[in-house]
Design a protein around this ligand. Sequence first.
Ligand code: PGA
Length: 252
Amino acid sequence: MAGKFVVVANWKMHPATLREARRLFEATKKIAEKAPRASIIVAPSSIHLAPLAAGYKGKRVEFAAQNAHEGEVGAFTGDISVAQAKDAKARYLLVGHAERREAGETNDETRLTVASALSYGLTPILCVGEHARSASGEHFTFVRDQLKAGFQSVEPSAVAKTLVAYEPVWAIGSEEAMSPRSMHEMAIFIRKTIVELHGAKGHAIKILYGGAVNEENAPSMLLYGDVAGLLVGRASISPKEFALLIESIQTH
Ligand code: PGA
């Protein structure tokens, strides 16, 4: 494996207190300091994002918001805006995570949020992935529709500033990740779709894999899956597991 891998630690709605979030961040920071081959991006809950980012002066870790409304301000009770995420020092923004889509987020909303994130100078991480696989390959059509919508308002020159996280919904929270071979096939398909939309610049798109990533499957996914990094849920909220995972990709 050559170069640096992106590892996004998606903490989801963990932990329950700011005190614990600070502890988890301290541990994550130490792991990052010992991992020159990984670019670590922490995505805490929006209420923990600002205090954690404000207290961090280092350079080894960057921050992402897990979700944001595309507007700047407005009457949207319970939302945070892209502008607020940026002000809280997020450099990345997860868009359309499967759990947000489950809660009602549409393809068209992802289009608006991706465009808004880019306009504020944040790097959107557009999450796509099918619920199930079928022998007839409908999952490819499903993913293509998600990509087409999410990238519709992206200028070709901004394609390289956008990441795609492919997370098959059936692998999220499950015991087993997808095989690197299937990921490789999907990565080719994702690139082809972006090239169809935006021309040759699409070849450079960075793709992450997410869904049941752990220290056992991470090295082979990075070696054979044709991905630039990983989006990690459960294994990122346990310092022990996260340390093992990051270690596993330093040595392979
Ligand atoms: P998981 O979650 O690693 O716990 O499967 C991944 C995600 O939803 O981003």
